[in-house]
Structures are given as structure tokens and as C-alpha cells.
Design a protein around this ligand. Structure first.
Ligand code: SAH
Length: 229
């Protein structure tokens, strides 16, 4: 696979956390039902602490969601692993992520698929994420400042689209950018959210609802650097 674990080895950060700490996290994910070995392997190497502010970095390998500033969160490793596992089932080459946040999910995808685009509406988060991906030398990931609910039509169709913020209703523009045989994975709902998988078969979307989830909302519009001071 093109990007499989091809990131800058100097940033694996084993000096910061032991491989044992990471293996424990992976073991917990296995116990929680994550089966895809590629996802488990990538998560055992990817330095999650680099995606957090220093004050929180020591908690990076706990199976918990953590704040990344500006009211946003880095999802719990279990849900990152679960969504990635669902995504790999359709053997995607081109993937679009909505909600770059810290860039962690995007980095994981870049380790596992050929090309990832990721969109973020809060510019300071996007800039930090871009730097982390560059430091890790994950050159097959491109992040852009944009309203993700519109998608990124210029590179469509995508084999898979992963939305990491909860949409109140199905974002039709994203569904349109899905290739035939492709898969859209997203949290759907307002207070009560369900993880949903939509498969495009013969131009139609077939929906499955999975477990309850908790994501920050998918908002419309974008918020540049100036607006955040
Ligand atoms: N995948 C991220 C976590 C996402 S948190 C990670 O691995 O860290 C959800 C992110 O979605 C937030 O950063 C939020 O700003 C972003 N978001 C919400 N609505 C959006 C929209 N319409 N377009 C792009 N990003 C959006």
C-alpha cells in the first residue's frame, strides 16, 4: 500500500512514550472489537502525542477524546480505529476527510491509503495540522481550509468519504462526490448521534446505522485566523 507507515521515523517519539504504552492502547482497541490489523499496526506506531498540545500530550495513548483548542476535540482512538476499519472495507485509493481538526485521523488515513484530502473550517487548526503532516513527511495528505459540507468537487469522485463532525442531515453534496461502490462514513444526528455507513450501489445510497457516537457538530461556513483572536 502506497503510504503504509511511511512516515518520518525520527518522529515516532519512542523517547516520549514507550512502545509498551502504545501496545496497551492497541490491546484495548482489540478488546473493544477492532480487528483490522493494518489499523492496529498503524495506531501502534503513529505518534498521537504530536497531535496534542504539550500539556495534554502525556494522555495521548489513553482511549479517550481530548481537546485540541477552539472548542474542538481529537476523537477517542476507538472511534478513529472503527471508522478507519469501516473505510478500508471498500479498499479505497482516494479518500476525502471532513474535519481535519488535529490532523490525526488524516495522518492515519495517509498511512493506509494512496491519497487523502482533508478539509477544515477553522484556519488555526488547519495550519497546525498541515505542519504536523509535513513534519511526519506524509506527503500524500493534502489539507485545505474550506467548508467541508460542500466537499471538494475538483478531485471527486472519492472511493470513501469520512466525516468527523456530526451532520444533522445527510450532506447530499458529499454523497454526490462518492464514486460508484464508494462509502460515506459519518456521524448523523443532533443530540442523539449514530455512526452511519452509506454505500453507493448503482447510483443509490444504501444506509446502515451502527453505534451511538458523540462528535462536535458539522457547521457551515469557514472561520479564518483573524476571527479567532
Ligand atoms: N478528525 C479530527 C477531529 C475532528 S473534530 C482529528 O483527527 O483530530 C471535528 C472537526 O471538524 C473540527 O476541527 C471542526 O472545526 C471541523 N468542522 C466542523 N464543521 C466543519 C465543516 N463544515 N467543514 C470543515 N470542517 C468542519
Amino acid at each position: 500500500m502506497a503510504g503504509f507507515l511511511q512516515f518520518n521515523p525520527q518522529l515516532r517519539g519512542i523517547g516520549f512514550t514507550s512502545q509498551r504504552t502504545r501496545n496497551r492502547m492497541v490491546q484495548r482497541l482489540r478488546e473493544a472489537g477492532i480487528r483490522d490489523y493494518r489499523v492496529l499496526e498503524a495506531l501502534s506506531h503513529l505518534p498521537r502525542h504530536l497531535f496534542l498540545d504539550e500539556a495534554l500530550a502525556h494522555r495521548a495513548y489513553e482511549d479517550t477524546a481530548l481537546p485540541i483548542g477552539l472548542g474542538q476535540t481529537l476523537s477517542q482512538p476507538y472511534i478513529v480505529a472503527r471508522m478507519t476499519e469501516l473505510l478500508l472495507e471498500v479498499k479505497p485509493r482516494k479518500v476525502l476527510e471532513i474535519g481535519t481538526g488535529s490532523g490525526f485521523q488524516c495522518a492515519l488515513l495517509a498511512c493506509l491509503v494512496e491519497k487523502v484530502w482533508s478539509l477544515e473550517r477553522i484556519e488555526p487548526l488547519l495550519l497546525k495540522a498541515r505542519q504536523r503532516l509535513a513534519d511526519l513527511e506524509l506527503h500524500n495528505a493534502t489539507v485545505a481550509f474550506a467548508d467541508g459540507s460542500i466537499g471538494l468537487p475538483q478531485h471527486a469522485p472519492y472511493d470513501a468519504i469520512l466525516v468527523t463532525a456530526a451532520a444533522a442531515d445527510l450532506p447530499f453534496l458529499l454523497a454526490e462526490q462518492l464514486a460508484e461502490g464508494g462509502r460515506l462514513i459519518l456521524p448523523l444526528g443532533r443530540e442523539q448521534q449514530k455512526l452511519c455507513v452509506l454505500d453507493k450501489k448503482q447510483g443509490r445510497l444504501i444506509e446502515r446505522q451502527l453505534e451511538d457516537v458523540h462528535f462536535v457538530p458539522l457547521l457551515s461556513g469557514s472561520r479564518p485566523v483573524q476571527a479567532t483572536s
